[in-house]
Design a protein around this ligand. Structure first.
Ligand SMILES: *Cc1c(COP(=O)(O)O)cnc(C)c1O
Length: 352
């Protein structure tokens, strides 16, 4: 079925530039956002993780890649798209619990995989992956693409950030003593690769790396860090408990539609959430907050990751419990927002 049109969009066949961009938000004093969400297609920091893996494949002269993971997630969407565009033959094993759910990420995965197999749950997908990887000639990536070469691109980011922090602090009013932290790097922990790589890089510096747990309990993740560090080729140093935090709030569900009437009825969503409603009941509030945040800052938050962390900060600030931090906080927005454009752009416009 060859239906090549002359209008086929050109997709970059080389790696894009991965600049470090900082923004400060008026509402959050001493707070700088690292805008990885601005990297192509909103893939965010996944670009930085992919670049070293691509180099590894080049060295081995491998042109085939096997991926697996959740079909609606940013990992599979970004890696299948990136490796396809770099000329790899992409084989993907995905899983989705809801056969009817259609998402942007799933679309990307499906159409950028030369060979695509989808299963009803993680367990079945893992079995299929184990079987296929045993006879796969190319590069086989485990879940979340955990690979020592992921660190290469991340390290470059930390190094650029370090330079930026130093120049920012040099001519600022921030006063710190030699043995105290001068800045905080704040980021979410999914698999934890980004966090562990940052922790490794800044371990003996004056930048304090602070992680926010997403999805997994802190204790459970902390019990696995050594193993993960070894897989990544990092020194298996212990992660201090105080560097990892759990913020309250249940994860928003995957059904992310909001009725306009509901939106109009609630006046001040985050105030209500502050009274201790939490996200479980207040999922729509959360979506409202993403919308408001976008209107104020022109930054789209991702409901699972960035919105969770920033909502927490906002809340603390309203409660006057802010990190009245004398040192600047650098927060990494890791992208993944494109799948959720409907949170900020209305799908349909109802005529009066
Ligand atoms: C992958 C991802 C993360 C988590 O990164 P890890 O290195 O797996 O912890 C966070 N936010 C977004 C948007 C992501 O796509």
């Amino acid at each position: 079925m060859e239906t090549k049109s002359s209008h086929q969009p050109k997709f970059p066949d080389r790696f894009p530039e991965l600049p470090l961009r900082l923004a400060n938000l008026p509402e959050f004093p001493n707070f700088f956002m690292i805008r990885d969400d601005l990297l192509p297609l909103g893939f965010g920091t996944k670009w930085r993780k992919a670049i070293g893996i691509q180099e590894n494949a080049k060295e081995k002269a491998v042109k085939e890649i096997l991926l697996w993971g959740a079909v609606h997630g940013n990992y599979l969407a970004s890696f299948s798209t990136i490796f396809r565009s770099l000329g790899f033959f992409v084989t993907t094993i995905g899983y989705s619990k809801d056969p009817h759910l259609k998402t942007y990420n799933e679309h990307l995965v499906k159409y950028h995989s030369h060979s695509f197999h989808c299963y009803a749950n993680r367990k079945l997908a893992l079995e299929a992956f184990a079987q296929m990887s045993s006879r796969f000639a190319g590069l086989v990536l485990p879940e979340f693409g955990v690979h020592p070469n992921q660190i290469l691109g991340l390290k470059q980011l930390w190094s650029n950030l370090e330079t930026k922090i130093q120049s920012l602090l040099k001519d600022s009013e921030y006063k710190t003593s030699p043995n105290e932290s001068q800045a905080i790097l704040l980021l979410e922990i999914g698999s934890g690769v980004s966090f562990l790589s940052a922790y490794d890089y800044f371990r003996n510096s004056q930048v304090l790396v602070q992680g926010v747990m997403i999805g997994e309990k802190k204790d459970s993740w902390l019990s696995r860090t050594k193993q993960l560090q070894m897989k990544l080729g990092l020194q298996p140093v212990p992660i201090p408990e105080e560097n990892v935090m759990e913020v309250e709030g249940k994860l928003p569900s995957s059904s992310l539609t909001i009725g306009e009437t509901e939106r109009n009825q609630k006046e001040n969503p985050y105030q209500e959430a502050q009274k201790g409603m939490g996200f479980g009941k207040g999922q729509n509030h959360y979506k409202d907050w993403i919308f408001e945040f976008y209107q104020k800052n022109e930054i789209i938050l991702e409901p699972m990751y960035s919105a969770k962390t920033l909502f927490h900060f906002h809340k603390k600030q309203n409660e006057r419990m802010v990190y009245v931090s004398k040192i600047p906080i650098f927060y990494l927005h890791q992208g993944g927002q494109i799948q959720h454009l409907d949170l900020v752009f209305p799908k349909t416009r109802v005529l009066p």
